[in-house]
Design a protein around this ligand. Structure first.
Ligand code: ATP
Ligand code: MG
Ligand code: MG
Length: 554
């Protein structure tokens, strides 16, 4: 990889190293909440954190931020792990915020003893009113000055399950007049009588994000806790919580922020992606039209393409919209290097080579990948009747048309030079067959003079009697708007593209019969396609990954 200048997060890290932080103390984490499948925005964050780990030879933990049992599930934990592994990264340790519930509770008790936390027993509406506004100070809760003993007793009873949800919370006692609203006695614990996917029914009070996150970083001795910009205002609270527990023989984690990455023509929010799944707009989290990592995998995007995309866009301090065509460019670049070439016809018309012996078949040599010598060759069958793409023939073509027409020559890829002779039409005037003749001496690679003749066009084909049928799923953008969720007044689902999936029948060269789910190919002259997980010997299914060039009109 080429040298690039340091990004602003690397600059912060280098500065810390220059100021005496030993390099072997560096430690990062990727902290997903297991409340959905990861999307392309998470991929950016994964590449950032694990990329720093690789660059500085530092461990990176995978930490599940599992503090909200109402929305979290084991299915999501498993999917997240699979996605990170598939991207090719290795975490040092698998951790859970729930591993720290006892420690967090013990610290909270210390807070109460030091007069830094209290139990508030007001309804949430009352607390919301007392919060004030950014320009107006808040009002203190009537429970703010409860005695330590009373607070300890109530907090323990909260933990023991004696109270209903919403009746009490534990709040940090900070400053109801702070200009930072988050510092106005933030909630540390709420009561939730919910089963947790890991801790079961051990707990019925759960820590809030702000209380759990920095402390988890501290317990894991994370040096740089990188998060998206909406947490900028949370940094003061992150630091305040750490101030209360920090022991200066230990590493003190630093929260630093970078801009969330948004991709055009899609949504990157687990909550919205979940809606698409639940309301049946897509077939599941891994629907190939989804911006999820699992959707992109199923669509045929190689992991390296996603990593290259993340490196290309880098990180930023301001939010902006990245055009999805850049991601598609990275996909094409990667597939061009790695995908075997095959021939497939997706909109067939029959071509009969009238001077080719009936009943004869030949197996011709075809190169698997001109970009990769080691990919070798395969054999494809040729016979008298072929399918070619309907758009590769024009009955009355001008001189700029380099595909097949009457009276002119083209080369059939890996095969012979043919000349269009005439057409057969049905009663409505539609072409049902094209008749052509071939030059028997012109076989590709045969070395004859005829085989070296230059003809203007080359078209692909499959042999009718040998071809296998496949279901081919062709996708368009899931949303017609480049930023479907930018306008808060409009439901993003209004912009769902009703024609984002088209299912067609294709004809493939027979070698593809044994193609396995997940394998990626270039259908020559058409684009990149991969075998879907629904594929079986009886019904072969391909997904279109991306076209050969950017043809999408805005
Ligand atoms: P969502 O709104 O989709 O639920 P989130 O930020 O709440 O996103 P988390 O599971 O908390 O999801 O995210 C794990 C990490 O990924 C966090 O550090 C978060 O900042 C980062 N992340 C999430 N979305 C993006 C994005 N669009 N661009 C960059 N990083 C992101
Ligand atoms: Mg989050
Ligand atoms: Mg979220």
């Amino acid at each position: 990889t080429e040298e690039r200048s340091l990004n602003f997060l690397e600059q912060i890290i280098e500065e810390d190293l220059n100021n005496g932080l030993p390099q072997d103390k560096l430690r990062f984490r990727f902290p997903p909440e297991p409340n959905g499948y990861l999307h392309i925005g998470h991929a950016s964050s994964i590449c950032l954190n694990f990329g720093l780990g690789l660059k500085y030879n530092a461990p990176v933990n995978l930490r599940f931020d599992d503090t909200n049992p109402a929305k979290e599930e084991q299915e999501y934990v498993d999917a997240i792990k699979h996605d990170i592994e598939w991207l090719g990264f290795e975490w040092a340790e698998e951790r859970y915020a729930s591993d720290y519930f006892q420690q967090l509770y013990d610290w909270a008790v210390e807070f109460i003893k030091k007069g830094k936390a209290y139990v508030d027993s007001q309804p949430s509406e009352a607390m919301a009113k007392q919060k004030g506004t950014p320009s107006q100070p808040g009002t203190e809760s009537p429970y703010r000055n409860r005695s330590v003993e009373e607070n300890l007793g109530l907090f323990e009873r909260m933990k023991n399950g004696e109270f209903a949800e919403g009746t009490h919370v534990l709040r940090a006692k900070i400053d109801m007049t702070s200009s930072n609203m988050l510092m106005r006695d933030p909630i540390m614990y709420r009561i939730l009588h919910k089963h947790h996917h890991r801790t079961g029914d051990n707990w019925c009070i759960y820590p809030m994000y702000d209380w759990a996150h920095g402390e988890s970083d501290y317990l894991e001795q994370i040096t740089h806790s990188l998060c998206t910009l909406e947490f900028l205002m949370h940094r003061e609270l992150y630091d305040w919580f750490l101030d209360q527990i920090y022991d200066d023989t230990k590493v003190r984690p630093k929260q630093r922020e970078f801009a969330r990455r948004n991709l055009s023509h899609t949504v990157v929010s687990k909550r919205k992606l979940l809606q698409l799944v639940q309301e049946g707009h897509v077939t599941g989290w891994d629907d190939p039209r989804m911006s999820t990592i699992s959707g992109m995998r199923r669509r045929g995007y190689p992991p390296m393409a996603i990593r290259n995309f993340a490196d290309t866009i880098g990180i930023a301090k301001r939010v902006n919209l990245i055009d999805v065509s850049l991601l598609e460019f990275c996909v094409r670049e990667e597939l061009n290097k790695t995908a075997p070439r095959v021939m497939a016809v997706l909109d067939p018309v029959k071509l009969v080579i009238t001077n080719y012996p009936d009943g004869k078949e030949e197996w011709l040599e075809a190169e698997n990948n001109p970009e990769d010598e080691s990919a070798g060759f395969r054999q494809v069958p040729f016979s008298r009747e072929l399918y070619i793409e309907r758009e590769d023939f024009m009955e009355n073509a001008n001189s700029k048309y380099f595909r097949l027409t009457i009276g002119r020559e083209v080369r059939l890829k890996n095969a012979y030079i043919i000349k269009g002779e005439s057409v057969v039409k049905d009663a409505d005037g539609n072409i049902t067959e094209i008749l052509a003749t071939y030059d028997a001496d012109s076989k590709s690679g045969s070395g004859t003079e005829a085989s070296m003749r230059k003809v203007k066009g080359t078209i692909h084909w499959v042999s009718v009697q040998h071809a296998i049928e496949a279901e081919v799923r062709v996708y368009d953008r899931l949303f017609t708007h480049e930023a479907p969720d930018a306008d808060k007044e409009v439901d993003f689902k209004e912009y769902i593209n009703p024609n984002s999936l088209q299912v067609i029948k294709g004809y493939l060269e027979p070698g593809l019969k044994s193609a396995k789910a997940g394998e990626r190919y270039q259908f020559q002259r058409l684009g990149y396609f991969c075998v879907d997980k629904d594929s079986s010997a009886e019904n072969i299914v391909f997904n279109k990954t991306v076209g050969l060039r950017d043809t999408w009109a805005k």
